[in-house]
Design a protein around this ligand. Sequence first.
Ligand code: C5P
Length: 229
Amino acid sequence: MSDDRLIVALDVPNALAGLNLVEQLGDDVSFYKIGLGMLTGGGLALANELKQEQGKKIFLDMKLFDIGATVESAVRGLSQFDLDFLTVHGDPYVVRAAQEGKGGTDLKILAVTILTSLDRADLNAALIKDGAIQDLVLERAANAFDAGADGIIASPQEAALIRALPEANGKLIVTPGVRPAGAALGDQKRVATPAQAIADGVDHIVVGRPVWQAENPKAAAQAILAELG
Ligand code: C5P
């Protein structure tokens, strides 16, 4: 059985390219992330096909954020697709609405705290309260857990701190920005190796470019799985 701690981000332009990559990776990879970039390229149809026809697990990265009623109906619709993970922003009312929408399905609602692309100047511009970003991330994570989030998307820098929160007991931590030792960083500035992420209490790592841009994606995925130990 393949190790579902590795989630490969299918950040390729369309469903055909996604299917092609999944075929190359074969049985080594069983969990895939499909994001907003593929929404108009057949992303939902691909999610459905990978789940129903190939038995893969699917993380739909939509980062939903709207009034509660709209989030609830969006999640109700998406939960018919039999997905595994779905992201929403970690505002407590959004998390509660998503939990309502998923009803009795097994879909896990993962909350985003503060996008890692934002710095303190961006938060000031958005009139978000004073304080170090890391403290705000921890506070938003605790609030999202209290509102019923099944897990948190955490950067490698935050993962261990979030794992230490009492509210995180029994919850998932999913971490992007993971780079195998010696891999190109791309635009990721703060990274961890697969082994470090797992040591920090992360349940799943999300890896994109080091796999799909590799000359041999299958070998790249196998190397990451080996690093997970
Ligand atoms: O190619 P790379 O391994 O950097 O891809 C990581 C994936 O995780 C991408 O789909 C990216 O959008 C997503 N992501 C991230 N950093 C975050 C949140 C999401 O890299 N803070």
